[in-house]
Design a protein around this ligand. Structure first.
Ligand code: GTP
Ligand code: MG
Length: 332
């Protein structure tokens, strides 16, 4: 069996890579961060294989429920079930244990089939790279900026944070605190126009020769039209000071909100040019299937995932490590 064998090889490969310290740490975060999903989804899948040793209509029904519970998304699940049924028929699969391998295989295909898997951050060819963070309140925008700042500081980049969330009391101070902890530059003002803050902040970034600027925005989705206008204004200011910026507009989504996160992604996609998604709090949900759902239904790549509250709990999203984190017990 093609892909499953590939996955097995992948596990061996990943295990070999564990000798490399950096990769070991990265895989460990995946491993820990996906524990809830693994415990829920994978162990239920295994139990299902014990309950029904032979493929049957009941098995299909329970499998469908299980996938929906993992937040893979109803449409994706339907499509997925069709694929599974087709393969069962075509390959004459009766044994559910074998079918489990097909399931992992097909989950992988959902993600990989689609065009570019580029999860790389677009950097400016020269000068300052500007990354705008958007998303509804409480999803983890500010924390993600701290995590990204930490990551790029480790790589020796000069980082700056701009607090364009001038509305919520404490938002500016919260970001400033993270700037201090990550040894990043900071610019922020309270109770003013966010675009004005961005203007002044970016001027400073240029003067200081900053490599990467993160702009933190407020999360209130009062109404779509206002938000669209606000974002348009911000984008205009950003582009005026740094040509071709923002280089990335990252939409932050809280994985624990499940399908609501997909709705948010769809709304934001309509009002501004989202270039990537950061999926936070994957450690806090048993519904890690949302990674696949987002890719399938919104078509925007997940670039980073948040697997905890600390500034080290961020990973570049890597489908291989994700599959490893989910299914390693089953494959071994
Ligand atoms: N477990 C877990 N918690 C997270 C993660 N990312 C963020 N959080 C927590 O989520 C809460 C909200 O995070 P913030 O970064 O303040 O969210 P925000 O989007 O900036 O919120 P507003 O500024 O109010 O819009 C905090 O308690 C964070 O510690 C994650 O990956 N895992
Ligand atoms: Mg915030």
């Amino acid at each position: 069996m093609g892909l499953f064998d590939k996955l097995k090889k992948l596990v061996t490969k990943k295990e070999k890579e564990i000798e490399n310290k950096e990769i070991e740490e990265s895989l460990e975060t995946y491993d820990k961060g996906l524990k809830k999903t693994r415990d829920e989804f994978v162990s239920k899948l295994s139990l299902l294989g014990i309950k029904y040793t032979k493929v049957s209509e009941e098995y299909f029904e329970e499998l469908e429920n299980l996938l929906i519970m993992a937040d893979i998304g109803v449409n994706t699940v339907f499509k997925f079930m069709e694929e599974i049924r087709e393969r069962v028929k075509k390959e004459n699969i009766v044994d559910t244990k074998y079918l489990q391998e097909v399931i992992v295989d097909e989950l992988f295909i959902i993600y990989v089939n689609n065009e570019s898997l580029s999860d790389k951050i677009a950097m400016a060819d020269e000068g300052t790279t500007v990354i705008l963070m958007v998303g509804v309140n409480g999803v983890g925008k500010t924390t993600t900026i701290a995590k990204l700042a930490y990551k790029y500081r480790q790589e020796g980049k000069k980082v700056m944070m701009i607090a364009a969330d001038t509305f919520r009391a404490g938002a500016v101070a919260q970001l400033k605190d993270w700037a201090m902890k990550t040894d990043s530059l900071f610019f922020g003002k309270e109770n003013t126009d966010p675009s004005g803050v961005i203007f002044d902040g970016l001027e400073m970034a240029k003067k200081e020769d900053v490599d990467i600027v993160f702009i933190d925005t407020a999360g209130r989705l009062q109404n779509k039209v206002n938000l669209m206008k606000e974002l348009e204004k911000m984008n205009k200011v950003i582009g005026r000071i740094v040509p071709n910026a923002p280089h990335e507009t990252l939409l932050v989504i809280d994985a624990t909100t499940g399908q609501n996160g997909i709705v948010q992604a769809e709304s934001f996609k309509e009002i501004t040019n989202i270039t990537g998604i950061v999926l936070t709090k994957l450690d806090g949900t048993a519904k890690g299937g949302i990674v696949l759902a987002i890719k399938e239904s919104v078509g925007i790549p997940v670039k980073f995932i948040g697997l905890g509250e600390k500034m080290t709990d961020l990973q570049v999203f890597d489908i291989e490590s994700y599959i490893y984190g989910l299914f390693k017990d089953m494959i071994e």
